[in-house]
Design a protein. Structure first.
Length: 574
């Protein structure tokens, strides 16, 4: 190899390593703030906090998400036990770094160390991965175990089917299930694809279906074994190992009303209208988006493509997250000259593509288009993108003598894909403002007040209400991590709480007050704009009851923006 080529590759490797180091420093800084992401306050921190207060895991029927698998949440409980909820962010980030390491090792073996480093850099800088790396979610754990499972299957085939790698692949798949129920889809797809993968990898003269079937059964058993703690827990509590999924099939007698998903969105601006409710059935993603966002036929047809270009954080219309357009283009280039490649590499490319396509289609057909739900396919798209970049580099060198500018195509592509990701990271520094927290310019309370509008009211309740107080929260989206006093959440789908009784035509103010007193509720914490909209969307009776309640029996003790803490006066209860 000419010295110039070696020097160029070394320079690219050093430059990529420097950018990767800068990215890691940026992620560490961005994560060094108190948690304020939606699902962290609803689920991933609130449940570990309750378990620590209780002294162990216990059943919480009113919080349906307490039945979800909790591999990562147990790690977050350890962080809270040590007194640091910020540490939980770094735990989640570690799974993203682990996935990047898996990509580096795989791409280094298939292409080169430079492409391995570039793949890790590309993956960690994808906007949705950056977003997940600095929040207390569990998606990066699912993504890590999912990636490990499939790459271990590749390694199992490559190394002569050593049983230990098949067992590790199955255990990794089970850990994905134990992290998030989306892992069930991973198990389903890998179970379907594994026999084909095994048969296609065998010599033409030795196609044994029995070997494929036995290996697939072995893989499934290993997966179910590692997922079994959560499956057994749910089966014991509810009769359904994957509660609340498919509960009608497993146990018709056990029902718990799930939280209203629309109201659990911290950034949601309005309560569901009747049109939104009617569009939330099995009418398809196209019908739903047409009814909610009035998208035309071309916008609907190009939805799978638009996801890679139009994503915006915290906006369900634009998929609640951002990807990189090159994740759409570059995988197509990975198939240039595929017929001349080794059988193992061709098989891997086809498997990565098939898994990504089928997972995408399943996620697409759920009707809830959020980029975060597509995270398990991102490592595989990155691998295919690196193959595409390599083919682009080869084409540039091949035609350099005819068209001199072709050598610029590869570096320009790399520059643009990293520029897209880098601009998002810069925006996160502006939005999150980590330096204000790190330098102490803003205290923890002031920083959280800036990020969470209901936080001051919760802090007032924590400091001023007696331990015996019990708060009913209306339209707070189930975000209770920072509320230390006993509390319940109410939405219009929750039975036997305030909104339920306000909506009953036969209810009276005495009935409402008596119900609150029986449940020992002493205070209300409400979001006024959503409460007002819910009242106006209903019959006059609920508005009249609320007016009587608020005028004669509610005393405002603290207010901040759209959030009010009321004390309930029960003086006229019969």
């Amino acid at each position: 190899m000419p010295d110039y080529t070696i020097t160029k590759q070394r320079g690219i490797f050093i430059l990529t390593g420097g950018l990767l180091a800068g990215l890691l420093i940026s992620l560490v800084l961005l994560a060094c703030t108190p948690p304020f992401s939606r699902d962290a306050l609803i689920h991933h921190l609130q449940l570990p906090k309750l378990y620590l207060q209780h002294g162990g895991i216990y059943e919480i029927p009113e919080l349906v998400f307490s039945y979800y698998p909790m591999n990562l949440d147990l790690l977050y409980m350890g962080a809270l036990y040590l007194g640091s909820d910020i540490l939980a962010k770094y735990i989640h980030m570690a799974f993203g770094l682990g996935t990047a390491l898996l990509l580096y090792v795989h791409l280094k073996k298939r292409l080169s160390a430079t492409y391995g480093l570039l793949g890790a850099l590309f993956f960690l800088s994808i906007p949705i991965i950056v977003k997940l790396s600095i929040t207390v979610y569990v998606d990066l754990g699912l993504l890590f175990f999912n990636t490990a499972s499939l790459l271990l299957l590749f390694h199992w085939l490559e190394t002569g089917k050593q049983k230990k790698y098949l067992i590790l692949a199955g255990l990794s798949c089970g850990l994905a299930i134990g992290t998030k129920y989306n892992g069930l889809l991973v198990l389903f797809l890998l179970t379907l694809m594994l026999p084909i993968l095994i048969i296609r990898s065998q010599p033409q003269t030795k196609k044994e279906a029995g070997t494929a079937i036995r290996a697939t059964i072995f893989f499934c058993l290993a997966a179910l074994l590692s997922a079994s703690p959560w499956l057994i827990r749910n089966a014991a509590w509810t009769g359904n190992p994957i509660y609340p999924l498919y509960n009608d099939f497993f146990n018709r007698s056990y029902t718990t009303s799930p939280p209203d998903q629309q109201l659990s969105t911290a950034t949601e601006k309005e309560v569901k209208t009747d049109e939104e409710k009617n569009s939330s059935g099995a009418r398809g993603v196209f019908t739903r988006r047409y009814m909610l966002y009035q998208e035309n036929i071309w916008q609907l047809l190009f939805l799978p493509v638009r996801i890679f270009f139009e994503g915006q954080d915290n906006d369900p219309r634009y998929f609640d997250g951002r990807l990189n357009p090159f994740l759409f283009f570059l995988p197509f280039l990975s198939f240039l000259g595929i017929t001349q490649e080794k059988k193992q590499l061709r098989l891997e490319k086809m498997t990565l593509t098939a898994f990504s396509v089928f997972y995408f289609l399943f996620a697409f057909n759920t009707g809830v288009l959020r980029i975060r739900y597509l995270a398990p396919i991102l490592p595989f798209l990155v691998i295919l993108s690196m193959y595409g970049l390599k083919n682009l580099e080869n084409l540039g060198e091949k035609h350099a003598s005819k068209i001199g500018l072709t050598k610029l195509v590869w570096p320009l592509t790399v520059f643009l894909l990293l520029l897209w990701n880098g601009s998002y990271i810069q925006q996160q520094f502006v939005k999150i403002d980590p330096l204000s927290s790190i330098t102490g310019r803003l205290s923890r309370d002031k920083y959280l007040t800036k990020q969470i509008p209901e936080y001051p009211v919760m802090q007032y309740a924590n400091k001023n209400l007696p331990d015996s107080a019990k708060i009913l929260c209306l339209f707070l989206g189930w975000r209770g991590y920072y509320l230390d006093r006993p509390h319940l959440f109410d939405s219009h789908s929750t039975p036997d709480l305030l909104l339920f009784w306000l909506g009953q035509p036969e209810s009276s103010i005495e009935t409402v007050l008596q119900n609150l007193q029986e449940q020992q509720i002493s205070h209300l914490l409400i979001r006024t704009d959503l409460t007002t909209q819910w009242l106006h969307n209903g019959e006059n009776h609920r508005q009249e009851l609320w007016n009587l309640l608020s005028r004669n029996h509610l005393i405002a003790v603290h207010t901040h923006l759209n959030y009010i803490l009321y004390q309930i006066n029960f003086r006229s209860v019969r």
